[in-house]
Design a binder for this molecule. Structure first.
Ligand code: SF4
Length: 360
């Protein structure tokens, strides 16, 4: 597969021990759904997200109790922590003080200039980046009056306004998002932003919906943006368990060759030639490879008629035959295995390939 040329000319921004921007990689984020002040529940959810492959996690900070919980949450998790603040600069200061690796706040919404200065000073002294989050649904009134309704130009102008406030204070540790729930609007906004904003872009289609509809909508929108090489980090927003957001993000990035730490399943749609219980096998193998942190392609095919040849790009695969399975590598059959043990055999081969990759 020819991989797309991903935009690397964005300014690299350090978030904890991760770099966002400046390279051919897109960092996966998600957001907790628990009450942030409930440290136990929040930390448990973050651990589940980490396990699923989430690289950066965001928590909402709507009140003092949430802000006070940041140090304890930070202490108990392994991935960088982003604290999401609306308006209240005191929470921003508390979050930075409490160990946040990044904050999300729009400087234009903080209020008095001295408050902005204080937040920027604190962020600077601790090396904490700020994400500016423009949302089509909450654009400034003067922009709505100027453009009539939320347009891509209005969104980019809003972002540039917030950026200017930070740059005037000599702050450049910035990430920018321009979210909209309208897919076409989001695509246009990100395209326009990529032309004029030198900072890494955080991608998202906001309020995209439930697991099924939201996945399709996010894949359509973010897929179009990623295919143009735009985006340094992303969050899929779903009305579902956030672990599902991470799974969708991983799958999406794999389609563009932008995930270096995840295995991919290739499985056939089945037809009248099928020789094995393919759907349940495919689901079992998919579940198994979720935890493989290597870019291995695994195929599961219903029969050997077109099977192995059709899945030539697979590093390892299995094709159903009458009462048995054919194990193949890169389209070549390597051996036959009994039907009852073929899934186990396939898993062993996957483990071997993963080990080889980890040793490299
Ligand atoms: Fe049909 Fe075999 Fe192709 Fe699957 S691999 S779709 S069973 S021909």
């Amino acid at each position: 597969m020819s991989s797309i040329i991903h935009r690397k000319d964005t300014r690299p921004v350090k978030v904890g021990d991760l770099i966002i921007g400046g390279k051919d990689e897109v960092v996966i984020q998600s957001m907790t759904t628990t009450k942030t002040h409930d440290v136990e529940a929040t930390v448990n959810e973050i651990h589940r997200l980490e396990e699923a492959g989430c690289q950066v996690v965001r928590v909402a900070c709507p009140d003092d109790r949430a802000a006070d919980a940041i140090p304890e949450i930070k202490k108990r998790i392994n991935i960088p922590l982003v604290v999401d603040i609306h308006f209240n600069y005191r929470y921003a200061l508390k979050a930075i003080e409490g160990g946040a690796d990044k904050i999300r706040i729009n400087p234009g919404n903080i209020g008095k200039r001295e408050r902005v200065v204080e937040v920027v000073k604190a962020a600077k002294s601790r090396g904490v980046p700020i994400r500016i989050g423009v949302n089509a649904g909450s654009l400034e009134r003067h922009l709505l009056e100027k453009y009539g309704y939320p347009t891509a130009d209005a969104m980019v102008e809003s972002a540039l306004g917030h950026i200017r406030i930070l740059e005037e204070l000599d702050f450049h540790n910035i990430v920018v998002s321009l979210k909209a729930s309208d897919v076409k609007l989001a695509i246009e906004a990100y395209e326009k932003a990529a032309e004029v904003i030198p900072y890494p872009l955080h991608l998202g289609i906001t309020e995209s919906g439930t697991l099924f509809a939201g996945t399709v909508k996010s894949a359509a929108g973010l897929g179009a943006i990623l295919s143009k090489g735009i985006g340094s980090t992303l969050r899929i927003s779903l009305s579902a368990d956030p672990v599902e957001e991470v799974k969708v993000a991983k799958e999406l990035l794999k389609s563009f060759g932008l995930a270096s730490n995840a295995a991919t399943l290739i499985s056939c749609p089945t037809c009248g030639r099928i020789e094995i219980d393919l759907i349940s096998i495919a689901n079992e193998v998919e579940e198994y490879i979720q935890n493989i942190k290597a870019p291995i392609k695994v195929a599961v095919l219903g029969c050997a008629v077109n099977g192995p040849g059709e899945a030539r790009e697979a590093d390892i695969g299995i094709a159903g035959a009458r009462g048995e399975g054919l194990l193949f590598r890169h389209g070549e059959i390597i051996r036959k295995v009994p039907e009852e043990t073929m899934v186990e055999e396939l898993k062993k081969e996957v483990d071997k390939l993963a080990e080889e990759h980890y040793k490299k």
